[in-house]
Design a protein around this ligand. Structure first.
Ligand code: UDX
Length: 415
């Protein structure tokens, strides 16, 4: 099939790459010329394991194209995906301006009947709105069907998650459009959930919020474990063996960050408030997540008895999680800023993130973890990169002349 994709962010780019890899002809559209030019040269704007190879393979075989021209992107398209951002807007509500713009761009630039698939995470009812906008603005006589198909890919595992996901959710009001979208994914062999559009939109939010609740729950249990002398990793293992609960997302630490959980939990909480429904569980998870990084900083402050002025602190890991260079809502930023406020000197090392704009001129960066921990008073593990998990911690402690280690990701329990 011929597919157009609006938005070459994480979701759009990975979706486009995978769809071309399974045989479709895909044209990715973005307003950012610099990004499109880089992609045309085969350079990925994001760090994602496996993505470069797939991009190269499919551009070489003429199955994957990039453009800033909407007419070109839609000219042959049977299906157009909307994969633009839905950032957090006022009061926690999702900002839908990019979605609305994409709907208008489709309406103005298509000259044939199309199916539009909304992949972006959008509040319940947005697919209806997208269909309305397109119908209002497209030439008379043309037909459009909008289908909801939320994504569930994790950064760092995005390619794998797209090829081997747990499910593909297709929310449609029209059975022909539904079948056509389903046939796109036929060769992936992933179970399909058919539902209406509103339920599909809700599945995405309910899934992400559930995972956020799970993390905040284990984080609070971990605080209690620490107070009473239990080991949260052992507790998570024991609890997670119950198949009704599962071990995944029970890793306690400094809380979740990234481009999805923080904004999606806020958007769901907003939706509940707007509809006068009590969703205090999600609200509490958001609050607990905010507290968790302060609790971590507080431990450092208490260790130095409140005297952090001039103390040298090594930060191991900046990205919000391993295998990504994404710094959006990364706990590292809040933690570093709080320590700087207290007068500490910060040296940071991350295997991939080499500098953070908002922190430049305020902190130093090291080229290796060994360099980072030289002559410091404390070491904070902020991201659980494999390099830190596998490190020779006896050597690290030695280089640092026995600095106190604060393990924000519980990776050293068994070391
Ligand atoms: C998430 C969802 O997993 C994905 O399905 C959705 O489509 C987008 O949002 P992502 O944000 O890429 O993906 O990362 P994920 O691996 O889910 O981790 C999210 C955050 O939770 C990270 O900050 C991570 O450190 C934290 N986390 C995860 C924990 O603190 N403990 C855990 O046990 C798991």
């Amino acid at each position: 099939m011929n597919v157009g994709i609006i938005g070459t962010g994480y979701v759009g780019l990975v979706t486009g790459a995978v769809l071309s890899d399974i045989g479709h002809v895909v044209t990715c559209l973005d307003i950012n010329e610099e990004k499109i030019n880089r992609l045309k040269k085969g350079q990925s704007p994001i760090y994602e394991p496996g993505l470069d190879e797939i991009l190269a393979r499919n551009t070489a075989t003429n199955r994957l194209y990039f453009t800033t021209n909407a007419q070109e992107a839609f000219a042959q398209a049977d299906i157009i995906f909307i994969a633009v951002g839905t950032p957090q807007g006022k009061d926690g509500a999702a900002d839908l301006s990019y979605i609305e713009q994409a709907a208008k761009d489709i309406a103005i630039n298509v000259d044939h009947n199309v199916i539009v698939v909304v992949k972006s995470t959008v509040p319940v009812g947005t697919n209806d709105k997208v269909e309305e906008i397109i119908l209002e603005n497209m030439p008379p006589g043309l037909q459009v069907h909008v289908v909801s198909n939320p994504e569930f890919l994790r950064e760092g595992h995005a390619i794998n998650d797209t090829f081997y996901g747990d499910r593909i959710v297709i929310g449609a009001e029209n059975s022909i459009a539904r079948d056509k979208v389903e046939s796109l994914f036929k060769s992936l062999n992933i179970p399909i959930v058919h539902t209406n559009r509103r339920s599909a939109e809700m599945i995405k939010y309910a899934s992400n919020a559930f995972l956020a609740v799970k993390i905040s729950y284990i984080n609070q249990i971990s605080n209690l474990c620490e107070a009473i002398g239990a080991d949260v990793n052992a507790v998570a293992d024991g609890v997670g063996m119950d198949h009704r609960i599962g071990r995944a997302f029970l890793n306690a630490g400094i809380g979740y960050g990234g481009s999805c959980f923080p904004k999606d939990t806020e958007a769901l909480a907003y939706l509940a408030r707007k509809n006068d429904v009590n969703l205090s569980i999600v609200q509490s998870a958001i609050q607990a997540n905010g507290e968790q990084r302060h609790i971590f900083v507080q431990k450092v402050i208490s260790y130095f008895k409140g005297e952090l002025v001039g103390k040298k602190i090594a930060i191991l890991g900046l990205a919000f999680k391993p295998n990504t260079d994404d710094m959006r809502e990364a706990p590292a930023i809040t933690i570093i800023e709080e320590l700087l406020k207290k007068g500490a000197h910060i040296k940071a090392y991350d295997p991939i993130v080499k500098d953070v704009t908002s922190l430049n001129n305020k902190i130093k960066y090291a080229n290796t973890k060994e360099q980072c921990v030289e002559n410091v008073d404390a070491i904070l593990i902020v991201t659980e990169w494999e390099e830190f998990v596998e490190a020779d911690w006896k050597k690290i402690k030695m280089i640092s002349k026995d600095a106190q280690v604060f393990d924000g990701r519980n990776i050293l329990t068994n070391k």
